[in-house]
Design a protein around this ligand. Structure first.
Ligand SMILES: Cc1ncc(COP(=O)(O)O)c(C=O)c1O
Length: 354
């Protein structure tokens, strides 16, 4: 799919992250297409309004999208919109909110996180239920939002039934459901669901919808359906330093993403590349794939010497220093040839180093 966008023998592509990837040319074209004349700032322009309508088509009637600069901002905004000072968010122990947002949920939203045990990044109803039980006790924070990352930080995907079960549990206990959808596109592509089916129809109340990891220059969207949440979000977005003055250039990127289902084409491609990588390296002696490969990431344990030799040739992260588990992420612009070259390098390094 991305063949026409290859950079030839130029800069190489690795497997560090989907935000290490390039900007999709359709996104760059969309930015250029609104780079004409003047337009009111802060989203009060016709381009942004049109993209907001596109979001309503994609996420269902009544959906309102609020564009922000980054995923941490989107998540923090969702927490600020839902939790009062004594309320808390339940999330998985591996949630980006919990591990990689520098304490922003606590510092900026003033929200305590209640990290629960997960299975390969997915919360179970039992694990969530175990976090409940002190409702009405003034000595305990009161869980108000259940935050689910879809697809998860460990490359797994909640099934629709799992989402529905967790959302039913949360709603029955008076909680709202937030989806950290930095990679919602990958999850929906994997499940064969539309964005609406994979979010609001699956029980979500608020969604942080990712763009940056799926070919945007920069941009995420907080999407809500409840008018009360929508009413508060413009004020919270401004207070949270996430209101872009030149909004049309954020909005234009989402226009490209939602138009002609670029979100799906790009995410499905990234997922397919991860499946190809897992199929190529999984059978090699010395490679143990550690998590089900369900979206665009492959997690594995390989000997430390092999890892070091590989990292001289390709970028990727060690996910867990304690176990030596590594993470190999595929992106919209990962080519089959990139995957094959990497898999060959893994095989070579295994021969030479072990
Ligand atoms: C699951 C998840 N949520 C949110 C984010 C967004 O983070 P950022 O603030 O870097 O855009 C990321 C990025 O790594 C992520 O993996």
């Amino acid at each position: 799919m991305a063949a026409e966008h290859r950079s030839g023998d130029g800069p190489r592509r690795g497997f560090a992250s989907d935000n290490a990837a390039t900007i999709h040319p359709e996104v760059l074209d969309a930015i250029a297409s609104v780079n004409l004349g003047h337009a009111f700032g802060y989203g009060h322009d016709s381009y942004t309004h049109e993209v907001e309508r596109r979001f309503e088509q994609a996420f269902g009637p009544g959906s309102r999208a609020f564009f922000v600069f980054n995923g941490t901002g989107a998540n923090v905004l969702c927490l600020r919109a839902t939790c009062r000072p004594w309320e808390a968010a339940i999330c998985s122990e591996w949630a980006h909110l919990n591990t990689d947002e520098g304490g922003a949920p606590e510092a900026i939203a003033g929200v305590k996180l209640l990290p629960a045990a997960s299975v390969d990044g997915r919360l179970t109803a039992a694990a969530v239920a175990a976090m409940l039980g002190r409702e009405g006790d003034e000595h305990a924070v009161q869980p108000r939002v259940l935050s689910l990352t879809q697809s998860t930080e460990l490359g797994t995907v909640y099934t629709l039934d799992e989402l529905l079960e967790l959302a039913a549990l949360a709603h029955a206990r008076g909680m709202l459901v937030h989806i950290d959808g930095a990679r919602l596109a990958n999850a929906c592509a994997a499940l064969g669901l539309s964005l609406r089916e994979g979010s609001f129809d699956a029980g979500a109340d608020l969604v942080s919808f990712g763009g940056t990891k799926n070919g945007l220059l920069a941009g995420e969207a907080v999407v809500v359906r409840d008018p009360a949440l929508a009413q508060a979000l413009p004020y919270l977005r401004k207070q949270s330093l996430q209101l872009a003055s030149k909004m049309r250039f954020l909005a234009a990127q989402f226009d490209a993403l939602l138009r002609d289902q670029l979100w799906l084409r790009s995410a499905a491609h990234a997922n397919a590349m991860a499946a190809r990588l897992a199929a190529a390296v999984g059978p090699l002696e010395g490679v143990r794939i550690t998590r089900p490969v369900q979206a665009n990431g492959v997690f594995a344990i390989i000997p430390a010497t092999v890892r070091a030799a590989l990292q001289e040739r390709f970028d990727f992260y060690i996910w867990d220093e304690a176990t030596g588990e590594v993470r190999w992420m595929c992106s919209w612009d990962t080519e089959p040839e990139d995957v094959d070259a990497f898999a060959e390098a893994v095989a070579e390094c295994l021969q030479v180093c072990t």
